[in-house]
Design a protein around this ligand. Structure first.
Ligand SMILES: *[C@@H]1O[C@H](CO)[C@@H](O)[C@H](O)[C@H]1NC(C)=O
Ligand SMILES: *[C@@H]1O[C@H](CO)[C@@H](O)[C@H](O)[C@H]1NC(C)=O
Ligand SMILES: *[C@@H]1O[C@H](CO)[C@@H](O)[C@H](O)[C@H]1NC(C)=O
Ligand SMILES: *[C@@H]1O[C@H](CO)[C@@H](O)[C@H](O)[C@H]1NC(C)=O
Ligand SMILES: *[C@@H]1O[C@H](CO)[C@@H](O)[C@H](O)[C@H]1NC(C)=O
Ligand SMILES: *[C@@H]1O[C@H](CO)[C@@H](O)[C@H](O)[C@H]1NC(C)=O
Length: 452
């Protein structure tokens, strides 16, 4: 029997019960911390050494892909896990903006683009990949080909092998084996773990209409090894910044939890839920199907401003609600929850207001192609209303002290304005919450992390 929130309310249980209940095969249960937890390592790539954007693949008919003004140095934060393929351990970065799991294999050809010139020595920044043959054999057709928003691509073939993450093994899992690529990696990983829905795997080949297959996470829950949900806690601390904070096994760590919650402290009163929408929710993708593909949610509203500010009601944004200096914009639009994106990409009309709320205001640095503010600027509040709770970005994520312009005086804003979708909530948002991706109930749940 399936329970809905409505039946829960009608039997008289108050909606604010702290820890949120969700329906599973076993009935209505609270989310609980799982032992199937995999620590993630955060890795920051120095800005100058790198050139890449979000790993969100280009999906059907996205000719006019909306990129930040300049691709330079957008993607500089990676969350890495160890994944065992057969008996080989591979480090891969975790991505909720795609569905395939792939890794490179010897022999590998790393290529340069024509515009990089013949003198350019290609460096794909990939760690050593899989050696030898996959135990389950390979597919002759179709080939495995993916192009990503930042012009990178991977290609190769599909093969089958057992994949173990933490203590969970997906048997005879279909995987992408890459032997030809243009990639801008972090030097530590040899591939990607894609945690999206099966539908996205069908967008392959020239017609992008291959039969979908079950990605790693789908295989795990269909084989009843875990409940059909996973959750993610991203820490702001990184291994590169010393052992304190980011250490594995501490509440400050970053985790991928399969089938339950990660072992981090959250504000239990802040749990909120919202529906996951089908791929047709993003108009720019022009899908006719309403299949579930990625983690697309529609927040209720957006909040920004400086709380202490006295706002002259005549100066308040027209058509918006302003309370205690904070303005609420109730325009709703779909956003992707994407662990594979460093920054959050949101509509220009909203983000310009956020930039202006910095003191002194943020400004566009053409040398970097992104908005920056003085590193000592006063950081405004910026929050998202989801399911009745407001989740605020942390000041450290809004003004990123680790991402500076060459002068060292200006820090990058963690939110970038784009002229159209798909909009993205990336790492700059996710470090403040625990995010539960509940496939069985087609909903996402969030709770604020307590200070760490
Ligand atoms: C992995 O398995 C292969 C084939 O079963 C074997 O030849 C190889 O020695 C194993 N490698 C390790 C590191 O255990
Ligand atoms: C891998 O497979 C190919 C073709 O099936 C075969 O020629 C080769 O010997 C295999 N390599 C190993 C290390 O088993
Ligand atoms: C990659 O693998 C495919 C399938 O085995 C093969 O046809 C192709 O030649 C390989 N490419 C490179 C660059 O090794
Ligand atoms: C609210 O945000 C939207 C973008 O989502 C923007 O187009 C609109 O101008 C904003 N409204 C106000 C009053 O700032
Ligand atoms: C993008 O960045 C590069 C190098 O940092 C700079 O030379 C170029 O002018 C920038 N382009 C734009 C459109 O801002
Ligand atoms: C903020 O930083 C800038 C550049 O580093 C400096 O010129 C300015 O004096 C600082 N302002 C304050 C209030 O510390």
């Amino acid at each position: 029997m399936k329970f809905t929130l409505l039946t829960l309310l009608s039997v008289g249980i108050p909606p604010s019960i702290g820890r949120m209940l969700h329906a599973t095969r076993r009935g209505l249960v609270p989310d609980s911390v799982t032992s199937n937890v995999v620590p993630m390592r955060k890795h920051i790539v120095p800005s100058s050494a790198h050139r890449s954007s979000a790993t969100t693949p280009i999906y059907r008919r996205t000719a006019a892909v909306n990129l930040p003004a300049n691709l330079t140095n957008v993607h500089d934060v990676y969350y890495i896990i160890d994944m065992v393929v057969g008996n080989q351990t591979l480090a891969v970065s975790v991505d909720t903006g795609s569905s395939d799991t792939w890794f490179v294999s010897d022999p590998l050809e790393c290529v340069r683009f024509w515009w990089q010139g013949p003198e350019y020595l290609p460096n794909c920044g990939l760690a050593e990949g899989f050696v030898g043959n996959l135990s389950g054999g390979v597919l002759d057709n179709p080939p495995f080909v993916r192009s990503y928003m930042d012009t990178t691509f991977v290609s190769g073939y599909y093969g089958f092998d057992d994949v173990t993450i933490g203590s969970i093994t997906a048997k005879n899992q279909r995987l992408g084996v890459v032997n030809y690529t243009f990639w801008a990696g972090d030097g530590l990983t040899s591939g990607l773990l894609g945690l999206g829905y099966p539908f996205m795997t069908s967008l392959d080949g020239p017609e992008q209409n291959q039969p979908p297959y079950d990605p790693v996470f789908t295989t795990m829950w269909k084989d009843k090894l875990i409940d059909p949900l996973f959750s993610i806690a991203l820490s702001r601390e990184s291994e590169d910044q010393g052992e304190t904070g980011g250490e594995v096994g501490t509440p400050q760590g970053s985790y991928l939890a399969l089938g339950g919650l990660p072992p981090v402290e959250v504000d239990e009163e802040s749990w909120a839920r919202t529906k996951i929408h089908g791929v047709d929710a993003i108009p720019e993708w022009m899908f006719e199907q309403s299949d579930l593909g990625l983690y697309i949610i529609k927040p209720d509203s957006w909040v920004y401003g400086r709380e202490t500010e006295d706002v002259d009601p005549n100066k308040a944004d027209k058509g918006a609600i302003t309370t205690n200096g904070l303005t609420t914009n109730t325009t709703q639009f779909p956003v992707l929850i994407d662990v594979g994106a460093t920054l959050s990409l949101l509509p220009k009309g909203l983000v310009q207001k956020l930039y202006a709320a910095f003191d002194p205001p943020a400004k566009y640095l053409s040398t970097n192609g992104l908005f920056f503010a003085l590193c000592n600027a006063t950081v405004p509040r910026f929050g998202i209303n989801i399911g009745g709770n407001t989740f605020y970005f942390a000041p450290d994520d809004l003004l990123r002290q680790t991402a500076r312009d060459p002068s060292g005086d200006y820090c990058r804003i963690g939110v970038t304005d784009v002229n159209g979708g798909p909009y993205v909530l990336g790492v700059s948002f996710l470090t403040s919450v625990v995010a539960v991706f509940d496939i069985e109930n087609t909903e996402m749940r969030f709770a604020s992390r307590t200070k760490y």
